[in-house]
Structure formats: structure tokens, C-alpha cells
Design a binder for this molecule. Structure first.
Ligand SMILES: *Cc1c(COP(=O)(O)O)cnc(C)c1O
Length: 401
């Protein structure tokens, strides 16, 4: 019985993209119908390939214009953007930073890279993002205010930031989380690595993911909705934060025509000009990619609408998702049996479906970290499968489907 359903599901996907299609990946970059060649060639022709140049400034301006963030600092990748954001906001060694366990490992690693400690908070099922109720309960249970700071009563460590993640591009319950951060006077940093193009609408106002907190970060890795090869950016409305982040990302060097004076220990985090040139060509075609994603999402909803065993995840009310990774949720009591069958079946036909990440608190280096009750994360992680989501797959959709 289970066998038949999993076969049917995989053949519907195969059929959607034409039966003679080869490997189908989860998310591939595409530079078709863009100025990628032209812009990258400009860097090569002029020699401006490295850590400064006009394309970096242009890319930052375009991201700022698109997201509405007043300041954008382009950096080498999303992980360094997050590490820089945490450091800039004042997270120190041995501080605790609250993050959800259902995320890419970089969310926890960036915290660890500055010697701080990821503290896991459960997720909620609709958006798969950090659950505001779980956050509030955890803070009420272990949080203790001392002056304008918050400490973990059990470990004695300072809690110094909250980092929700907009998982798979679905906007999380960020307004509710922001309120809790305000009550506790805790900085809010959004991991919007996967969420370029995702936003929340409130009345006539649309706010882009990454622009709710003190700082937001985006990734431009090869598998994200747009790519610079490798790259990332910090978004903020605070000019002081932006200035400090930019300074720290450029070896903390003071501007001078010939002196090399560095006023603290900085990093070499800047995005190279050649990557930024690629990024400019990508942001020019972002809207097409977003439109194609919505077409793909609709198609999956249609082909799976009669399956009581599963659902295709949807953006919450008043939210717009970029549908970075379109995700199937298996319903019912024993989701893992069907999930594993689907994955096996798919991989044997070279459709490289993926389960969601193994929860971060189950990885060897994060097993002993502080955490609240994580039962919803555990429950959801048994049910999720990411579907092929490359925007250019739209071109492969069987014409008679
Ligand atoms: C991709 C990603 C990152 C890290 O970005 P890189 O550019 O790969 O370093 C961080 N957090 C999440 C949720 C991501 O998906």
C-alpha cells in the first residue's frame, strides 16, 4: 500500500517535468537570460576582480532598494554575515544565543565561531520557524533580568541575542518574536539566508524578511534563490551597526592613502567585486525567478491535492514566501515509513529529493547544548521532504500538464 503511494508520488513528479528528463536536483543556479557574462567580463577586462570595486557598491544598493533595508553590507558568505552580525550586536564568548534546531548548520556554527553557545528553542508547524510561545515560555522559565541584561538562571550565562530563521523562505512569526525581544530587551537577528523575496504585509506596508530585527542576513550561496557564487549580506536600518560591520569586515582598517592602521581585530569578509558583478546580474532577474517559483508551487499543489497522506506547505496569511525550497509534509502517525520510501524511490530515479536537515541539537557538537522542549521540531523533522524547486524547472513542465 505504502509502496504504491510512494511510487505514484515520484512518478507524478517525474511526469510533471517530462519523463525523459535526466537528474532533477533540489535547487540549481541559473544565469540564463541575464547579463552575467557581460558583468563578469567587465571585472576581468578591467582587473577589478577582488575585494573592492563598483559592482560591490552597486550590488549593495540594489539589495537595499529591493529589501527596503537602509544599509547593506555585502560579505563573503551567509555564515560570515551571521557571525559578523552577532559580533557587531555585542555577542561575546560564553553568551547564549537562542536559535531554532530546524535550520542549516551555519546558524549554530556562526554562533560557535565567536565562542558563544547556541540555545535551542522549538519551532511551530505552520511556518517551521521559531515558535514565539516556546520562546516566551523558555525565557520565563530560565531568564533573569539584571539591569538591562538577561541571564540564564541555570547556566549563569548571559543571553545576548535571539536568532529566528525564515525556513525554506517561509516568513516565520517574526512580529510576535520581535515583541518578546522588546519585552526582554534582547537583540533580534534574523537568519533570512533563504528568504530573499519573502515578506510580510501589514495593512499597506510590506516588510521584507531580514528587516524586522536589529540585523538580518541573506546568503547568496549557489543553491539559494540568487547566487553570487558564494556571498552574503547584512541588512540593517541602523547606520552605526552598518558602519561597524563594514569596518570589521575589512580588517578594521582605518581609511588612509598609504598607512595600514587597524584599530581592532577584524576579519577579511568582504564580497569580491567579481562575485558582486554576478550578483547584480542575478538580482536583475530575481522577479522572474520568484514568478516561476509560484508557478511551480501551484503545480505541486495541483498534482498532490488528492493525496490525504500529504500536503504542500504554504505561506501563512499576509505572508509572501519566495518558496525557496517547496516542501511536502507527510501527515498521519507514522510519517517516517512513507518518507523513507519516497526518498528511496526518488533517488533510484535520479530525482534528488531531500529530507529536512537533521536537527542541530542531534549533531555531535551540539548534543549537550541548552534547549527548551523541542517536541515540535522533532515531530516536523520526521515529515518534511523538499521538492525540486529550481525556478528554471518551469521551462521543463510537461506542456500538456
Ligand atoms: C545557506 C544558509 C546559511 C549560510 O549561508 P552560506 O552562504 O552558505 O554561508 C545560513 N543559514 C541558513 C538558514 C541557510 O540556509
Amino acid at each position: 500500500m505504502v509502496m504504491n503511494i510512494s511510487k505514484e508520488i515520484i512518478y507524478s513528479i517525474k511526469n510533471l517535468f517530462g519523463n525523459n528528463s535526466n537528474e532533477i536536483y533540489i535547487h540549481e543556479p541559473s544565469f540564463a537570460d541575464s547579463n552575467a557574462n557581460k558583468y563578469v567580463k567587465d571585472c576581468i577586462d578591467t582587473g577589478w576582480v577582488s575585494s573592492s570595486g563598483e559592482w560591490v557598491t552597486k550590488f549593495e544598493e540594489l539589495i537595499s532598494e529591493y529589501t527596503g533595508a537602509k544599509h547593506v553590507v555585502a560579505v563573503s558568505n551567509g555564515t560570515s554575515a551571521l557571525r559578523l552580525a552577532l559580533f557587531t550586536i555585542g555577542v561575546c564568548t560564553n553568551d547564549e544565543v537562542m536559535i531554532p534546531p530546524l535550520s542549516f548548520v551555519a546558524t549554530a556554527n556562526a554562533v560557535s565561531h565567536i565562542g558563544a553557545i547556541p540555545h535551542f528553542i522549538d519551532i511551530e508547524p505552520k511556518t517551521l520557524g521559531m515558535c514565539p510561545i516556546a520562546l516566551e515560555q523558555r525565557l520565563n522559565k530560565i531568564g533573569q533580568k539584571k539591569g538591562d541584561k538577561v541571564f540564564n538562571k541555570i547556566t549563569g550565562n548571559k543571553i545576548s541575542a535571539i536568532v529566528p530563521v525564515h525556513v525554506f523562505g517561509l516568513p516565520s512569526k517574526i512580529n510576535e518574536i520581535k515583541e518578546i525581544c522588546a519585552q526582554w530587551n534582547l537583540p533580534l537577528i534574523e537568519d533570512a539566508a533563504e528568504a530573499l523575496g519573502s515578506s510580510i504585509i501589514n495593512g499597506s506596508k510590506r516588510t521584507h524578511c531580514g528587516c524586522f530585527g536589529d540585523i538580518g542576513i541573506i546568503s547568496f550561496n549557489g543553491n539559494k534563490i540568487i547566487t553570487t557564487g558564494g556571498g552574503g549580506a547584512l541588512l540593517t536600518n541602523d547606520s552605526e551597526i552598518a558602519k561597524l560591520a563594514k569596518h570589521l569586515s575589512t580588517t578594521a582598517k582605518l581609511s588612509h592613502p598609504w598607512e595600514f592602521f587597524h584599530d581592532q581585530i577584524g576579519w577579511n569578509d568582504r564580497l569580491p567585486n567579481i562575485n558582486a558583478a554576478l550578483g547584480v546580474s542575478q538580482i536583475e532577474v530575481l522577479q522572474t525567478k520568484l514568478n516561476n517559483k509560484r508557478i511551480l508551487h501551484e503545480k505541486y499543489k495541483i498534482i498532490f491535492r488528492d493525496y490525504g497522506e500529504l500536503e504542500i506547505l504554504e505561506e501563512a496569511k499576509n505572508c509572501q514566501s519566495n518558496y525557496w525550497l517547496i516542501t511536502m509534509r507527510i501527515l498521519g502517525n507514522n510519517p517516517e515509513i512513507l518518507k523513507n520510501k519516497i526518498l528511496e524511490e526518488a533517488h533510484s530515479l535520479k530525482i534528488f529529493l531531500r529530507p529536512s536537515w537533521i536537527l542541530l541539537n542531534r549533531l555531535p557538537m551540539y548534543k549537550k547544548n541548552p534547549s527548551g522542549d523541542l517536541s515540535q521540531a522533532l515531530n516536523q523533522s520526521k515529515r518534511l521532504i523538499n521538492l525540486p524547486s529550481s525556478p528554471q524547472l518551469v521551462l521543463k513542465i510537461n506542456k500538456n500538464k
